[in-house]
Design a protein around this ligand. Structure first.
Ligand code: PLP
Ligand code: COI
Length: 341
């Protein structure tokens, strides 16, 4: 198969239209059979639930070309499950988890020419999404839904690749206690835009959000979870019911323990503890692991001892092991790699 003529190495995290996408519609209580379509545009009623009351959710995963030339995805059944849970919380008909994987296979097979080659530094980002497409006018769940999945080749999420990032502790909250922080609702991201705009206009790459109830514990950024390395080399990550259960973070904690023999802890992480850590990183599908250089708080700047030039050594080991598993250089735990082509 001939690849598209794309300068893979200079891609950033932006949208490139690919050839085809998957679509399925829910009407009168059932999902239709679904199909691949070429039209990248969506036509819906002016009063669709997604347009009026933001009834929408999404997922994000990637396809990789492995060292031996296969095309694979990483733990996609966890994305299917998270989307199922998200849909239930937003009163949307969940899309069957098995059908999610079938749609993924169809999508990637139809767009193989856009899967970046091994070693190019780029990957194929896959965006499943589900939204209320039928008309509502009172505040109510939509009478019809659309599930779609498209893909786009992408490079690094942050400019400069994996250079340490400057973060700032946000004065805004991302997610309320007992709210929707633990699901991938579009509204969580709309709410974070203003905070993100303010942080970026002051020269920061991202916000660090604290827990909304006490404003003392580290939660996550607008699009990634956190991991930190303690002075005695433990890998720690915040435990909170209001952060998104990141598949990357869950995988990294496993890799730390079972591949690198490091102790791991998922627990409350007070902001006051962060200055004692050696290294830190943002982790997620888009972010992979992006190292933290500094965190600006209202009481001053926490400079991570790993510095502003490169990833700390433990973060680097985690990064190399995770990406090694994803690209087929390191043997994966049973069931982690889903081969498509
Ligand atoms: N946290 C938020 C708010 C996110 O949007 C994402 C991205 O999906 C993550 C964390 C990372 O999750 P995952 O590793 O499953 O991509
Ligand atoms: C992902 O990592 O896939 C996400 O959905 C994060 C998003 C903010 C790009």
């Amino acid at each position: 198969m001939v690849k598209k003529n794309i300068d893979w190495g200079s891609l950033n995290f932006s949208y490139t239209k690919t050839d085809s996408r998957y679509v399925s519609q829910w009407r009168e209580g059932v999902w239709d059979d679904g199909k691949m379509v070429e039209d990248a545009n969506v036509t819906i009623n002016e009063s669709a639930g997604v347009l009026q009351y933001a009834q929408t959710c999404f997922e994000g995963l990637k396809a990789y070309t492995t060292e031996d030339g296969r095309v694979v995805t990483f733990r996609p059944e966890l994305n299917a499950k998270r989307m199922y849970d998200t849909a239930q919380r937003l009163l949307m008909p969940p899309f069957d988890e098995g059908r999610f994987i079938e749609a993924l296979d169809m999508l990637v097979k139809a767009n193989l020419a856009y899967v970046p080659p091994y070693g190019s530094g780029a990957t194929l980002y896959i965006r499943p999404y589900l939204f209320g497409s039928g008309p509502v006018i009172g505040v109510a769940p939509s009478p019809e839904y659309t599930f779609r999945m498209f893909c786009t080749p992408v490079g690094p999420y942050f400019k400069g690749g994996i250079k340490p990032l400057k973060l700032v502790v946000s004065e805004y909250d991302r997610a309320a206690p007992h709210g929707t922080g633990h699901i991938k609702a579009g509204l969580n991201y709309a709410m974070s835009l203003y905070a993100g705009y303010e942080a970026k206009s002051k020269g920061f790459a991202e916000n660090l959000f604290l827990d909304a109830a006490t404003r003392t514990n580290v939660e996550e950024t607008g699009g990634a979870n956190f991991i930190f390395i303690t002075a005695d080399n433990k890998v720690v990550t915040p435990k909170s019911p209001t952060i998104l259960p990141s598949i990357t973070r869950r995988s990294l904690m496993y890799v730390a323990k079972h591949y690198l023999n490091l102790e791991t802890e998922e627990r409350d992480i007070p902001l006051t503890e962060v200055s004692s850590f050696k290294e830190g990183g943002l982790c997620g599908t888009a972010a992979v692991i992006s190292p933290i250089g500094s965190i600006t708080t209202k009481d001053g700047v926490i400079a991570m001892p790993s510095g502003m030039d490169s990833m700390g050594p433990v973060t680097k080991q985690l990064y190399d092991t995770l990406t090694g598993i994803q690209m087929g250089r390191i043997e994966a735990p049973e069931g982690w790699i889903h081969e498509i082509a």
